[in-house]
Design a protein around this ligand. Structure first.
Ligand SMILES: [Zn+2]
Length: 197
């Protein structure tokens, strides 16, 4: 995988986040026009959250408790209004709930790639290869007729004809697939140029 694939995917993720946030802001605006009390509550919660940080920094336990209670009360009121008005979500709706469309999650204190980004990377790499065309290019459509049956070691570097050689390779590959779940089965490695004879 080259870095440009990841880079373009992360740009795509950023665009998705921006879009989700914009939609959420727009929805909020419309909602606040309809129900101004919701905006009042939101603003109060924001101010109290800042106050709470100040309380924590000044280690004023009494104030922290009062601030927390006020926030809780406001949140309850907000939830009640949302429930009454049948409003389900004010937060941005992201495609992936695990990473909120950032592509990364925190696991045991470590930042790791989210499964959604992994899958997208896999799909992109998969499509770049011809493996994605498996419906048309598979064993049932494979034909060795395109390979010469001439035996010419100096020309082909083989003691057998290219056709015999490709049929041998096909057999080895089929055996490999048929024994794929056998732990004793060895790996297959294809090397060399891509070409037909
Ligand atoms: Zn994700």
């Amino acid at each position: 995988m080259d870095n440009s694939t990841l880079k373009s995917l992360l740009q795509e993720y950023e665009q998705k986040r921006i879009k989700a946030n914009l939609i959420s802001e727009q929805n909020k605006k419309e909602l606040y026009i309809k129900y101004p009390r919701l905006e009042e509550i939101e603003n109060k919660i924001n101010l109290l959250s800042i106050k709470k940080i100040k309380d924590i920094l000044s280690s004023n336990k009494n104030d922290i408790q009062i601030t927390e209670q006020s926030i809780k009360k406001l949140q309850e009121e907000k939830e009640k209004i949302l429930e009454e008005k049948n409003i389900t979500n004010l937060s941005p709706v992201y495609e992936c709930n695990f990473c909120n469309d950032t592509g990364y999650i925190n696991k045991n204190g470590k930042t790791i790639m989210c499964h959604c980004l992994k899958q997208k990377l896999f799909n992109m790499e998969y499509n770049k290869s011809n493996i994605g065309n498996i419906e048309n290019e598979n064993y049932s459509t494979f034909s060795s007729k395109y390979y010469s049956d001439e035996i010419n070691e100096s020309k082909y570097g083989l003691k057998i004809s290219p056709r015999e050689n490709i049929e041998k390779i096909k057999k080895i590959s089929e055996n490999f697939i048929n024994n794929f779940d056998n732990p004793e089965e060895k790996n297959l490695l294809f090397t060399g140029d891509t070409r037909t004879w």
